[in-house]
Design a protein around this ligand. Structure first.
Ligand code: SF4
Ligand code: SF4
Length: 308
């Protein structure tokens, strides 16, 4: 079954069922820890996007910036568990004053992707990233978020004037030899449909990026997005049996964990959910998890993974 059809089928199946109130959620074991996320700037961001599912912003300090020593500890644990790839996110990772040291140390032991809004990547930083990638044994990838092909579409979610700044950042990275993945949140600007996806592709190409790399992500209805649009409805949750024969291998939490200044969480989505906190160390994060948060429904029926 083609992927889009498969997820359409899962959505329809979920809508047409009745769930008893006491139906238990599925439990998911960690297959292997392949991907480690680091919430390097916590919930601190230079933007306060209306659809941010962890309500990041200049005033959100529910997760502090990570100390360099906390990142070092996480990298050491990751070596022990054979982690294959790393992701930095926030908030906005380039707000961290020690971001270059963190990037270098992480690249010493594996490929790294950084999720950013691009606003702080000036010419000096773009050049440094290109040089670092060139001299590194492992790959360095950038993901830059954009939510429309016009200022009206994007700025309605990300803030006035951000469209041009984001595009400038993407072009700057390209000029330095880096082709970032442009990440688009679907259902904003109608980006869920094929026509709009094609429009995004052509738009990015029209800005001089010969080979656009795009990633489309369904929105999670939590954080600020819950207030902007709506939260989850009662039927939007997972119960035992939903994962079918394949278990949860399509879910990123079957092979990832997230480290923040506040401890270890199953994934990048649930860091503001106190119940989701697994403990202080990656060893605590080796436990199985209950997929009892409504956001797990989006991962399952829309096939969402935050990895590239
Ligand atoms: S969506 Fe990204 S750029 Fe926007 S507030 Fe959240 S973390 Fe910051
Ligand atoms: S929100 Fe998604 S990635 Fe996180 S625990 Fe639930 S299914 Fe896994």
């Amino acid at each position: 079954m083609a992927t889009d059809l498969k997820f359409e089928y899962l959505r329809e199946k979920a809508l047409s069922r009745e769930i008893p109130d006491d139906a238990p959620a599925p439990t998911l074991e960690l297959d292997s820890l392949d991907t480690l996320w680091l919430q390097v700037t916590g919930t601190l961001c230079n933007l306060a996007c209306l659809h941010c599912f962890i309500s990041c912003g200049p005033k959100n300090d529910s997760h502090d910036m990570m100390e360099l020593s906390t990142v070092d500890d996480a990298l050491e644990w990751a070596r022990d568990y054979g982690v294959k790839e790393y992701y930095f996110t926030g908030g906005e990772p380039f707000m961290h004053p020690e971001i270059k040291t963190m990037i270098r140390r992480t690249l010493d032991q594996g490929p790294l992707s950084i999720l950013t809004n691009g606003l702080l990547i000036d010419d000096e930083m773009a050049g440094w990233l290109a040089d670092t990638f060139e001299s590194s044994r492992y790959s360095l990838d950038l993901r830059v978020s954009l939510d429309g092909t016009t200022p009206e579409e994007n700025d309605a979610l990300r803030g006035r004037g951000t469209f041009e700044k984001i595009i400038t950042s993407i072009e700057r990275l390209w000029d330095h030899g880096i082709n970032p993945v442009v990440t688009v949140t679907t259902q904003h600007a109608g980006a869920g449909g094929e026509a709009k996806r094609r429009e995004f592709f052509e738009f990015v190409r029209s800005r001089g990026i010969d080979k656009p790399r795009l990633k489309f992500l369904s929105p999670f209805k939590i954080g600020r997005e819950e207030r902007r649009d709506r939260g989850y409805e009662d039927h939007e949750r997972l119960v035992e049996g939903d994962l079918g024969d394949t278990g949860g291998e399509h879910l990123q939490c079957s092979s990832c964990r997230m480290v923040t200044s506040e401890g270890v969480f199953p994934c990048p989505i649930l860091i503001e959910e106190e119940d989701a906190r697994m403990g202080d160390t990656l060893e605590d994060g080796m436990e199985s998890i209950d997929l009892d948060h409504p956001a797990c429904y989006t991962c399952h029926v829309d096939g969402v993974t935050c990895t590239t």
